[in-house]
Design a protein. Structure first.
Ligand code: HEM
Ligand code: SF4
Ligand code: SF4
Lengths: 391, 66
């Protein structure tokens, strides 16, 4: 059932691609750059965030006034604030498109689980940074979100009280709270770059940026939104008050909408359950190695005598599993005698796909359990190359 | 047929370029008369128009895939 659903979603995704390709030149299809678009919006967030940060005052008395000052008195301050807010929404849309696309096009299992897992961490950390951004304004909405969050944290068994103190920077809302919120906004945002390193490390040629046309369009759209629907604060937070009015950006803050309907603890439990489910998605379809098309051919091995250091394998390995190092000694073959570089396979990254074997024009790479003679023998036996090989 | 379309795409791109110029005028106006949201909105429209022009040029085959 699940498998059939995934297949249907895959064909719908591909049909959508085809349809977009009819309207736009194929290399402009934004659906091919969902990761790059997320990265673009993240960059816009960082740049606009730094500008806002220059004016922000993290204190109970000063925070609201400093955001108001930025909005109404700094030239184009309201535009930067709007760009920061709408870029956060666009970023989330891009991440979700990226997530579903990779899920539906089956790019998340086996050796791609590290991208999926790092992606889930990116999603969680991004969502958290987005939410703490809403706290910084210190208007009624911030106050309400703070109170719902502390209720949810308090309901966590054993460590609830401790979590609440960590969140508020003390036993209750005090002068240390807003500096803490500021840290909880910027700290996770910086962590995203460490996670992105993990996300990219096993990808060869990841498309980190969308084509220029989408950079122009996205920036333009953000400017239009920031100007047509200027970002504004709610009424300022009142010490000791418990605001009731609840105007949230449900798209970012849906757990809080849920928290209002049920109880904050339940909303937190649901978020945790969704994240845990997200993390196990790559391992949900249990299949035998045969069903998965695994051939157990052994990691690629460089035949050092033949390697000329031409780097073709290095460019072609989709898993970034080949490094070029300065050649410690000359090769044996004529072509390899004067090489400057030598290819080295990083075993822990190699998935035994054999692409580098096809890339190497000098017979300098082998899959140890699939040597040339095996292939020839197979062809003689009339067996297809994709059939499983007993090791 | 393709030929016809190409010239149509170029004509449309030309029209968008004129609109883009109008946006530049609006940006100057907005900045001059302290209507900054007009200026930044015009800047947004300008960027979107540029994006559309890039697509139209490609469709008209004036540019090629990188
Ligand atoms: C900050 C958010 C993220 C950024 C900036 C980002 C960026 C990228 C980029 C640039 C690529 C390579 C090109 C591409 O396939 O588009 C990529 C690949 C990938 N991402 Fe993300 N990503 C993010 C979040 C996520 C999330 C939330 C998931 C899923 C849970 C995810 C799963 C993947 C997977 C599975 C691949 C490998 C795709 C392949 O094999 O081609 N990413 N990401
Ligand atoms: S077999 Fe070659 S191309 Fe495939 S992952 Fe290993 S080193 Fe990379
Ligand atoms: S393609 Fe072959 S010859 Fe070229 S660097 Fe790789 S292993 Fe060496």
């Amino acid at each position: 059932m699940y498998r059939r659903l995934l297949l249907a979603l895959q064909s719908a995704t591909l049909r959508l691609d085809t349809w977009v390709n009819r309207v736009l030149p194929q290399d402009f299809n934004p659906l091919y750059y969902t990761g790059g678009l997320a990265n673009l919006f993240l960059t816009i967030l960082v740049v606009s965030g730094i500008l806002i940060f220059l004016y922000y005052e993290p204190s109970l008395e000063g925070a609201y006034a400093s955001v108001e000052f930025l909005t109404h008195h700094v030239p184009y301050g309201v535009v930067f604030r709007g760009i920061h807010r709408y870029a956060a929404d666009a970023y989330l849309v891009a991440i979700l498109l990226h997530l579903f696309r990779n899920w539906f096009t089956d790019r998340y299992r086996e050796a791609r689980d590290s991208q999926w897992l790092s992606g889930m961490f990116l999603l969680v950390v991004s969502g958290f940074a987005g939410f703490t951004g809403y706290l910084l304004v210190w208007d009624e909405r911030s106050q309400l979100l703070t109170s719902l969050t502390t209720q949810a944290l308090r309901s966590v068994p054993l460590i609830g009280g401790w979590l609440e103190r960590v969140f508020l920077g003390g036993p209750g809302v005090s002068d240390t709270t807003l500096p803490r919120f500021l840290f909880l906004h910027i700290g996770p945002a910086m962590t995203l770059y460490v996670l992105l390193w993990w996300h990219y490390v096993r990808l060869r040629h990841p498309k980190i940026w969308p084509p220029a046309v989408w950079v122009l369009f996205s920036l333009g759209l953000l400017f239009i939104l920031a100007s047509a629907l200027p970002a504004a604060s709610g009424p300022p937070a009142q010490p000791g008050a418990s605001p009731e009015g609840f105007q949230v950006d449900w798209f970012f803050l849906w757990p809080y909408v849920l928290a209002r309907w049920t109880a904050p603890g339940w909303a937190l439990a649901l978020v945790v359950a969704l994240v845990v489910y997200g993390m196990v998605i790559p391992y949900t379809l249990r299949e035998t190695p045969e069903q998965r098309g695994l051939r157990a051919l052994g990691q690629a091995v460089v035949v050092e005598e033949n390697c000329t250091g031409c780097e073709l394998c290095y460019y072609d390995c989709p898993y970034n599993a080949i490094y070029m190092v300065p050649s410690p000694y000359p090769g044996k073959s004529r072509a390899a005698a004067n090489r400057k570089l030598l290819a080295v396979v990083v075993d822990s990254r190699c998935v035994e796909c054999g692409i580098c074997i096809g890339a190497c024009p000098f017979e300098a790479l082998e899959l140890p359990r699939m040597l040339d003679k095996d292939v020839q023998q197979r062809i003689r036996r009339g067996a297809g190359a994709a059939a499983p090989v007993a090791s | 047929m393709t030929e016809d379309r190409s010239s149509w795409y170029v004509a449309l791109a030309g029209f968008l370029a004129v609109l883009a110029l109008a946006c530049v005028a609006l940006m100057v106006y907005g900045e001059w008369f302290d209507r900054r949201l007009v200026a930044s909105g015009a800047m947004g429209v300008l960027l979107v128009l540029y994006a559309a022009i890039v697509v139209l040029f490609r469709k008209a085959r004036l540019t090629a895939e990188e």
